[in-house]
Design a protein around this ligand. Structure first.
Ligand code: AMP
Ligand code: MG
Length: 411
């Protein structure tokens, strides 16, 4: 199965978990809205001045006579009266425009510098035609009852700011998705174990650590599960138990065709296997299925394969479970600055570094050296994946390719 087909299959079959939480705005970053959220008031809630200056009656101003200053309106301290004929009020940005006024004259338009400060004073303005009235009417930003944010939206710092400004204090969000992460392999030890304590053949379990970090800003409750030994019975029992407690399980390793690879067969035995093996490099041995209501991804163990498949398949799938749309892949045209050898047959995602020498200029990209899927170091300094379509032959320097910025994939 090609990557696009696998993504389409996942997107078609997966759906949001049910259940919501009512939470305060302050803890809502990155949560997904469960229902539309409406403005609780109009913004601005009162006619507000857009500038520092003087609130006047347009009719008076047109007569070009001095106006009598009767008070001031500051942000948070409105002028208490209303404006009569021949009067003006000193006003500042964000302050309430007093009743009777329908025009703000900017303070730069005073006829004499330093004038227009004292109540009772006659204020003279330059003779000019105001560009606009500099008054923000009620609801000019948002109308009371307007939808600020639809259902199924991820709450960003920007949306949360809008909600705060519109008087929203609690929101109904989709409950967090419970995700269990398993590593598998007898050779694995916890990161943090001193290197000298590793026995011959042992390596650190980096995948569990990477996966948790890749997913932690999604609205998920991550459960680090005990590492799976390379033993069929242990794997079966652990997956069956965890599937009861989680909405999604993500394993890495043990999904290939080696003698110690039990994940694919175990998913099939305990539940259903939807697909196993992709026409994708890195990431060929990938299994997806379900055990009861729990979705299970068996990711390949090679660290680069784990990351690439997590970004291209697991993360968008999780977004659906979390109640929102899967992110579309952002592809940008670039020109190869190094050459790539590729035989047609399998789509490949290499790690690359792109840069744009001048603004608006061509984006140049180079790969990060030998692209072995064990070489986590190919991600060092990388800022994109280079997409090599399955039909593609060798790509000489100067070839056009699509790149997928990591900033987007990691968002
Ligand atoms: P496997 O699919 O289990 O044969 O694993 C493929 C390769 O990935 C082997 O070299 C494993 O040692 C390595 N590997 C598997 N799981 C992890 C992990 N959690 N962290 C780092 N490397 C791993
Ligand atoms: Mg293994």
């Amino acid at each position: 199965m090609d990557l696009e087909e696998a993504r389409a299959t996942l997107f078609d079959t997966l759906s949001s978990v049910s259940g919501t939480d009512s939470i305060p705005l302050a803890g809502a970053l990155d949560r997904i809205t469960a229902e539309p959220i409406y403005a609780q008031l109009s913004l601005p809630p009162f006619p507000a001045s857009a500038m520092d200056g003087y609130a006047v009656r347009r009719e008076d101003f047109a007569q070009k006579k001095p106006l009598r200053l009767i008070g001031q309106s500051l942000a948070g301290h409105p002028f208490s009266g209303s404006l009569g004929i021949g009067e003006c009020v000193r006003i500042f940005t964000g302050a309430v425009v007093p009743e009777g006024a329908d025009l703000i004259i900017l303070q730069e338009r005073l006829a004499a510098a330093g004038a227009g400060q004292d109540n009772g004073e006659s204020v003279h303005f330059e003779d000019h035609k105001p560009d606009e009235n500099f008054i923000r009417p009620v609801g000019n930003n948002v109308e009371k009852g307007q939808v600020i944010c639809g259902a199924g939206e991820r709450l960003t710092p920007l949306t949360l700011g809008s909600l705060a400004s519109a008087g929203v204090s609690r929101i109904e969000v989709v409950r967090k998705v419970r995700v269990g992460i398993f590593s598998s392999g007898d050779e694995l030890r916890d990161p943090g174990t001193p290197p000298e304590a590793l026995k011959l053949g042992q390596i650190y379990d980096s995948n569990a650590f990477t996966l948790a970090n890749l997913l932690q800003h999604l609205p998920v409750d991550l459960v680090q599960l005990q590492r799976l030994a390379d033993d069929e019975e242990t794997v079966e029992k652990a997956l069956a138990d965890a599937a009861e407690r989680c909405d999604m399980l993500i394993t890495s390793g043990g999904v290939s065709v080696g003698d110690a690879d039990f994940i694919g067969a175990t998913i099939a035995r305990l539940g259903q296997l939807a697909f196993w093996r992709l026409n994708l490099k890195p990431g060929k041995p990938l299994a997806f299925g379900s055990i009861g209501d729990c979705r299970v991804f068996g990711l390949p163990g090679n660290p680069v394969s784990t990351i690439v498949t997590c970004l291209l398949l697991v993360k968008p799938s999780l977004q659906i479970l979390c109640g929102t749309r899967p992110s579309a892949l952002l592809r940008i045209d670039a020109e190869m600055a190094t050459q790539i050898s590729h035989r047609p047959g399998r789509a490949e995602y290499q790690r690359g570094v792109y840069h744009q020498s001048d603004e608006g200029g061509t984006i140049q990209v180079r790969h990060t050296g030998d692209q072995g899927s064990n070489r986590l170091s190919t991600f060092n300094g990388a800022n994109c994946l280079i997409e090599i379509p399955k039909e593609s032959a060798d790509l000489p320097v100067g070839s056009r390719v699509s790149i997928l910025p990591l900033s987007d994939l990691l968002d």
